[in-house]
Design a protein around this ligand. Structure first.
Ligand code: GTR
Length: 408
């Protein structure tokens, strides 16, 4: 073969591989086209042994499942304790005297791009520390409430890969921008504290090879090549939620034994992973979490594993990509993530028009996780489907608080 011909063939190969990699299957919204699938049984060990006792679940199956999710989906979190110093940076009575507002910087040793800043609103006039809702936010703490005293975030603000980094900074005008998703006054009036942090304080949400956020501070030194099971951004955000809970354990405003962790969309995926990895969370709520959250991957309905890995290559561990368009090879599916939270209460919220997140897939995942809850004598797993779109509404919060009143 002539050299030129050889080069030409080589080029064709590269183009072919490139095209195949870039190709997602068309998005499916047709139930008739959902492939036939078998779900792995949460109560059967990898070696085929059936779990017979709650003890066996705790000692063997639960750790096995957790490891499978670490190895194949979200990656491992760092095992050692990080050196973190907490510093109260702002504290005052707020909202007409109905709340204490406290802002706390968690300074993670070795993290170069600023602290993880917690914002706590705690109700005044309740006896003892308050139960709390803990959730990360998408646009900075100042975006959850039009309170002029909340410190403006100085971080890069954004949630889409490829956005102009320089432009995405907090402004006065962005105060309260996401307040429709955070009915702070209503939550306080029902006796709950609200605790939040900007998710970009933990790890900015773009694919930069893990050079920013907590990754460089916590990843093993000299770790030039990332391993297929190293944590991605969802792992980091979930880790951050646990560090917030560490702080709440020391803080007198909040009852750390009654903290509900929750999140919407990608942060709903994060809340589920945080609830699975950290058993101190008393209750878990995912809202419209979809692919890589509460929805079954094997249904390939709406967003798929291949598509999420292509658009957000930094969210999961690298090994997750080997299941692109091969979901049936996954050793787990997302019902088992929900099962990992049992017997603690879990509320999975879906919206009818949010087909991208596969509401039926979320419901079926909850149904397939239910045997584990029953096995552990818990009746605290609820799937809720409401009309409407991908969002967090006032009515959603009513459901969250009713659920927490009952279960926490
Ligand atoms: C979408 C993504 C979803 C969901 C959502 C969000 O673009 O495909 O998985 O996480 O973003 O977080 O808003």
């Amino acid at each position: 073969m002539s050299f030129v011909r050889y080069l030409f063939l080589l080029l064709l190969c590269f183009v072919g591989v490139g095209l195949a990699a870039a190709q997602d299957h068309p998005v499916n919204y047709d139930e008739a086209k959902v492939p036939a699938y078998d779900l792995p049984d949460p109560l059967v060990m990898e070696d085929g042994t059936r779990v017979e006792t709650p003890e066996q679940w705790r000692k063997s199956r639960r750790p096995e499942l957790l490891r499978l999710f670490e190895e194949h989906v979200y990656g491992r979190m760092p095992k050692g304790a990080a050196e973190i110093r907490a510093k109260v940076v702002n504290e005052c009575l707020a909202l007409g005297g109905r709340a204490v507002r406290r802002e706390v910087d968690l300074l993670v040793s070795g993290k170069a791009d600023g602290p993880i800043r917690l914002l706590i609103y705690s109700p005044v006039g309740v006896s003892g520390p308050a139960p709390a809702f803990l959730a990360l936010n998408f646009m900075g703490n100042h975006s959850i409430q039009p309170d002029p005293e909340i410190m403006l975030s100085t971080q890069w603000i954004g949630n889409r890969a490829g956005h102009g980094i320089e432009d995405n900074r907090a402004t006065e005008a962005s105060r309260g921008k996401l307040s429709s998703r955070w009915p702070v006054e209503r939550i306080l009036a029902r006796g709950y504290a609200v605790v939040t942090a900007y998710y970009g304080d933990i790890d900015p949400d773009f694919d930069d090879g893990f050079a920013n956020g907590v990754h460089p501070a916590l990843d093993p030194e000299g770790d030039a090549e990332r391993k297929p099971n190293e944590w991605g951004s969802i792992g980091a955000w979930a880790w951050g939620l646990s560090r917030a809970l560490d702080f709440l354990e020391e803080d007198e405003l909040v009852d750390a034994e009654r903290v509900a962790v929750l999140g919407h969309s990608r942060l709903g995926k994060t809340a589920l992973w945080a609830g699975a990895t950290d058993e101190r969370f008393a209750l878990v709520i995912s809202n419209n979490s979809g692919c890589g959250g509460a929805a079954l991957s094997r249904r390939c309905f709406g967003e798929t594993v291949a598509r999420i890995n292509r658009v957000f290559p930094h969210w999961f561990c690298e090994r997750f990509r080997s299941y692109d368009n091969q979901e049936s090879r996954l050793p787990v599916d997302q019902h088992q993530l929900i099962a990992l939270i049992a017997p603690r209460p879990v509320l999975i919220c879906s919206a009818e028009e949010d087909r991208w997140a596969d509401p039926l897939g979320e419901q079926l995942a909850a149904r397939a996780a239910a045997p584990v809850f029953r096995f552990l004598d818990s009746a605290s797993l609820v799937h809720r489907l409401r009309p409407g779109e991908h969002d967090v509404t006032d009515e959603d919060w009513t459901a969250y608080m009713d659920f927490a009143d009952r279960e926490m």
